[in-house]
Ligand binder design. Structure first.
Ligand code: DGJ
Length: 321
């Protein structure tokens, strides 16, 4: 059998031969299986003409997809695990709303799978975070509602679960100018008081947070809508900072625009030493359904992540445990 590989930027088919629909996604590793959650954008892309100050394009919401994999190469479609509510135009999950960047973490105390996501109105002015819960990684997820953490904006976001189970919401706030670090309650269903404002007035979004050798890392993008821009990494001894900004983690051709992609998640690969994968989206803003995925290995120079383009690669770039 030929060795399966990752082919960044190319169409990625699921085990049924259909293109994977899991944009702005994240990975959960649970009991030996990887789960990939992301936006299903299998509807036509429309320009929103009512918004004049930026190039707003959208797809009607279908819901959040889940795919499962034993090996990170082969993904089985587990279906739409958080579905829309088409008959209530006021509902957060109505197809006319914005439902983006889902991330799922497992709560060891309650035994529940908890999904956090960006919930917005069609014009991105509500700026809230939503929560859904399930007994199983493959759903169905029950939607619990949305809110603005401590009354503050929350647009692009991620959740990060730390080694002892404490979890944090990283969210672009203050009209995306400043990122907030806000703790989740023990059951992961609500938030506490925001602990830190980071990257103040730096307009960072698309946060991907991970931990390595006791240090916390975050990779973010700038704010240019669906268009690519330069990534930035930062490192800290605590999630609340201080965060020391590093240089662009991407190297080589097109590194200045993150290889045409935008960060969404970084995760450690089980069974390998010091192995992390950077996940990003090459948005096709005129046809969002046909946006592509970029997965690349992360290597480290001291405490600085480095991401280089590869046309094709496999997990043998990492050292086994
Ligand atoms: C950039 C964000 O990172 C995406 O998730 C999406 O909200 C687009 N902006 C919309 O233009």
């Amino acid at each position: 059998m030929t060795q399966p590989t990752f082919k960044p930027g190319q169409i990625w088919l699921d085990t049924a031969g259909k293109p994977i629909q899991a944009h702005g996604g994240g990975i959960l590793f649970d009991k030996g299986t990887y789960y990939w959650y992301g936006e299903n954008r299998e509807t036509p892309t429309r320009k929103i003409h009512e918004i004049a100050d930026w190039d707003c394009k959208r797809t009607d919401v279908i819901g959040i997809s889940c795919y499962s994999s034993p090996d990170l190469y082969h993904w089985k479609n587990e279906g739409v695990v958080l579905t829309t509510i088409p008959d209530d135009p006021a509902h957060d999950l109505h197809p006319s709303k914005v439902v983006e960047r889902p991330k799922v973490i497992y709560n060891d105390s309650t035994g529940k799978y908890v999904m956090w996501l960006h919930i917005d109105t069609w014009d991105y002015k509500y700026a809230a975070t939503g929560v859904a819960i399930s007994d199983n990684p493959t759903g169905p997820f029950r939607y619990l509602g949305s809110f603005k953490p401590n009354g503050a904006d929350s647009r692009d976001m991620t959740v990060f679960k730390d080694s002892r189970g404490e979890a944090y919401l990283f969210h672009s706030s203050e009209w995306n100018k400043t990122m907030y670090v806000t703790p989740l309650a023990d059951d992961y269903l609500s938030t506490g008081k925001t602990l830190a404002r980071i990257f103040i007035d730096q307009s960072r979004e698309a946060p991907a947070v991970f931990k390595r050798n006791g240090k916390y890392h975050i990779i973010t993008s700038g704010c240019t809508g669906w268009d690519p821009n330069q990534a930035q990494s930062a490192v800290a001894d605590a999630v609340t900072g201080p965060w020391e900004t590093q240089e662009n983690p991407c190297r080589g051709k097109d590194a200045a625009i993150t290889f045409y992609a935008q960060s969404t998640f970084v995760f450690p690969v089980a069974g390998y030493k010091d192995a992390y994968i950077f996940m990003a989206d090459i948005w096709n803003k005129d046809d969002l359904e046909n946006s592509r995925y970029v997965w690349l290995p992360v290597r480290f120079e001291g405490d600085s992540p480095v991401i280089e383009w590869r046309d094709e690669w496999d997990l043998s770039v990492f050292n086994s445990d």
